[in-house]
Design a protein around this ligand. Structure first.
Ligand code: GLY
Length: 581
């Protein structure tokens, strides 16, 4: 098919996510294929990259490469070639769901002792900043894997929009410049990072054109040479030199030996939805399975807000306790997935919930959880054939480790902090772990990223979000929102609350709980952390978190929707309908 014909096959009907688009009036039987395609991501350039590749004849998997790689360029604050990610795929032709694990792996030198100061204290600086914070990146290997196994277009075509964004640049936006201010004391330690972020002789200001010529060259080598274009040859040489120059100890074998792993997703039934979600080394799917199955027998829709919130918090508390002790990389530790995700286990947990009283989490030392509103990123895609991708990718904290090995343009992750580097010591998200998540050479650090599908007989949703440990509870609330009958935009906008067992506190966004609900929850024994103007003593913290991106296909009425989190002004959900004759 010629390009012109392909283009003519698409009718650009709307880029607005608020209006559901109707394929055909009066349709009754669930449609076999969507009326078009939908893409939602955290940056308009990335969403447009996905649409461009779909119009070029690519499928959802080619579009996923384009969106993911463009996010890696335009959202260095959140993800990048120096990081990793998870991609949940649905292949419409075979009906298969596949989980592509492109999580970073631990370098052999990164043993727990290397994260201790001379006084034997936990060295938080090492865990979060510079070369020791970084795992071996996985995202570039994911692009090669997706293109070779599932795509229709050559990798170089799907990477073209990202290469263009790196070369031509894009205007720096507020989240980027704010994040830089927060991380600049670390980022400016490293010459390679200064070259990129101080290229104009001063820190970026909102609206400045941000160009990344070294990243262009790195992407071009990847596009030309595939896996070897990143993990061997010139890029590998530059990465190793840059890591070693800062005192890190990566080896050429570790880079060349990196492999993406395909895993079976977690599946469960929740009411009339089949939930397909992320398995270990994500902790998200197991926790979602536990929480939904704890909640399933309750009539949440009919409940008063405080009763509903109480039960949901108690489900969160129990799932996060198990995360702490049992979850890790299944290639290294035995994770009791079958038990943790079973209905009987959920019933046992449910039996321990008092309907009117908070269960105090055991009192262990916990640290306040810092806000994580701008790290990690998620995109959701459905194409006109019904293929789907939920992709969540990350460099961990804002701008990852802050280190760009000179000449690469690749900002390295600080994912090592997602390991339990010191047993029982909370990481940057306030979550702890023990042996199951201890670092080992080549092991993947536990993640909270939870790209997910919800499949009912006549409705399909694709969703996910960034947000550190809060990812899991945001995905849960999004799923409950879809089950309540909300549309995609309403699901992405839902106010959020979170509990993670330790610290034993419920944090909530502004407007989540009205005064009566907050009072009722306190009376049940919950400790609430609310925005100052909603807190009882005026001393709370203002939480805004997440960046939920979702697409939704209603097969019964032929509508397709995209929801992009309104908390993020540069995000974009887009629906394009096929031409109808
Ligand atoms: N780095 C955040 C996560 O993977 O959970």
């Amino acid at each position: 098919m010629t390009r012109a014909l392909r283009l003519a096959g698409w009718l650009l009907l709307a880029l607005c996510v608020h209006l559901p688009l109707h394929a055909a009036d009066g349709a009754r039987a669930p449609a076999q294929a969507p009326p078009g395609a939908a893409v939602a991501s955290a940056h308009a350039l990335a969403t447009d990259a996905g649409l461009e590749i779909l119009r070029e004849g690519g499928n959802a998997f080619d579009a996923a490469i384009a969106v993911s790689a463009t996010l890696a360029v335009v959202e260095p604050i959140s993800s990048g070639l120096g990081g990793g990610g998870f991609f949940l795929l649905h292949d419409a032709a075979s009906g298969r769901d596949i989980f592509v694990d492109a999580r970073e792996t631990a370098p052999a030198a990164a043993t727990p002792e290397r994260y201790l100061t001379v006084d034997g204290e936990f060295d938080r600086d090492r865990a979060e900043n510079g070369p020791w914070a970084a795992g071996i990146p996985g995202l570039p290997a994911a692009f090669v894997h997706l293109a070779e196994r599932y795509g229709k277009l050559p990798l170089r075509r799907s990477l073209a929009p990202a290469i263009r964004a790196a070369t031509d640049g894009f205007p720096a936006y507020a989240r980027m410049t704010r994040g830089y201010e927060r991380r600049r004391s670390v980022m400016e330690r490293y010459p390679g990072t200064r070259e990129v972020f101080l290229a104009g002789g001063r820190p970026l200001r909102e609206g400045d054109l941000f160009r990344q010529p070294d990243l262009t060259r790195t992407l071009e080598r990847l596009a030309r040479e595939g896996f070897d274009g990143f993990y061997r040859g010139e890029t590998a040489r530059l990465l190793l030199a840059g890591v070693r120059a800062e005192g890190g100890e990566w080896t050429a074998q570790e880079l060349a030996g990196y492999r993406v792993v395909e895993r079976e997703p977690i599946r469960l039934q929740y009411r009339d939805w089949e939930i397909v979600t992320a398995p270990p080394p994500s902790s998200g799917g197991v926790a979602i399975a536990q929480m939904l199955q704890i909640l399933e027998p309750y009539d949440l829709k009919a409940m008063a807000p405080a009763a509903r919130a109480h039960l949901t918090i108690e489900a969160m508390r129990r799932a996060f306790r198990d995360r702490t002790f049992y979850l890790g990389d299944p290639d290294f530790v035995e994770v009791p997935v079958r038990t943790l995700t079973s209905r009987d286990y959920a019933a046992g947990l449910r039996a321990t919930i008092h309907p009117q009283k908070a269960t105090p989490s055991e009192l262990l030392s916990g640290e306040p959880t810092p806000l994580e509103d701008e790290e990690t990123t998620h995109f959701s895609i459905i194409d006109a054939a019904g293929n789907r991708v939920a992709g969540t990718q990350t460099v961990n904290l804002l701008y990852g480790s802050g280190l760009i090995p000179p000449g690469t343009g690749v900002l390295l992750n600080n994912e090592m902090d997602d390991f339990a580097l010191r047993p029982g010591t909370p990481n940057a998200f306030g979550v702890m772990g023990y042996e199951a998540n201890a670092p080992k050479p080549g092991k993947r650090m536990l993640s909270s990223m939870t790209p997910s599908f919800m499949v009912a007989p006549d409705r399909i949703a694709v969703l996910g979000t960034p947000g550190g440990s809060r990812i899991i509870t945001m995905v849960l609330l999004g799923m409950l929102g879809y089950d309540d009958g909300l549309d995609a935009q309403a699901v992405s906008a839902l106010p959020r609350f979170h509990h993670q067992w330790m610290p034993d506190v419920v944090s909530a966004e502004r407007g989540m709980f009205d005064a009566g609900t907050a009072q009722a929850l306190r009376a049940m024994g919950h400790t609430l952390d609310l925005p100052p103007d909603e807190a009882e003593d005026g001393r709370g913290s203002s939480h805004v978190w997440g960046n939920l991106q979702t697409v939704f296909w209603n097969r019964a009425d032929g509508t397709l929707e995209a929801g992009s989190d309104p908390r993020n002004p540069v995000g974009k959900g887009a629906v394009e309908l096929r031409a109808t004759r």
